[in-house]
Design a binder for this molecule. Sequence first.
Ligand code: 5GP
Length: 189
Amino acid sequence: MKKGKLIVFSAPSGSGKTTLVKALLQKNLPLSFSISATSRKPRAGEIDGKDYYFLSAEDFKDKIDREEFVEFEEVYTDKYYGTLKSEIKRNWEAGKHVIFDIDVVGGLNIKSQYPEETLALFIQPPNKAVLEERLRSRGTESEAAMQERIAKAEKELEAAPKFDSIIINDDLDLAIKEVCEKAEHFLKS
Ligand code: 5GP
């Protein structure tokens, strides 16, 4: 298989990583977003095949059995998320490097499977209060789901030192600058 590079963005949900991923994708670099598969339901405005490949839990489990995932996880109860092998292949064959917006365990999994090809970035919110406020301001989750997300986020912060770099997302413009510089340097190396 033709190989490219992989840039992983991992962070607790609410760290602002998606904004940074979008900023990097707008740069004129041969980068393409890895569309994950998930068994959670689409939120308003989300498009199948663009934001995620939305699968039923049954279809997701079939793909697990057929070993179609590079990594997958039950991120929240009954909600599976994973990266399909075909997604990396599709982008590499098209001459693109791949960007991932995935959770911390998934990010470290990609890094351990492709150690040479991967730059793993951890996006850290300035503090826990900001993280909780960002999660709540989305208003898309029930209180129970919110508590689950907050608990997971707090646990994920502990994994930061395992990443190649930690980007503190306090000042957005600075964080974008730092991410773009690191990505460009890595792609040239
Ligand atoms: P959300 O439901 O808010 O879209 O995503 C929930 C969490 O699942 C986020 O932390 C997101 O980064 C993570 N996630 C998305 N895609 C994947 C994936 O392919 N693998 C893993 N392990 N986590 C993912």
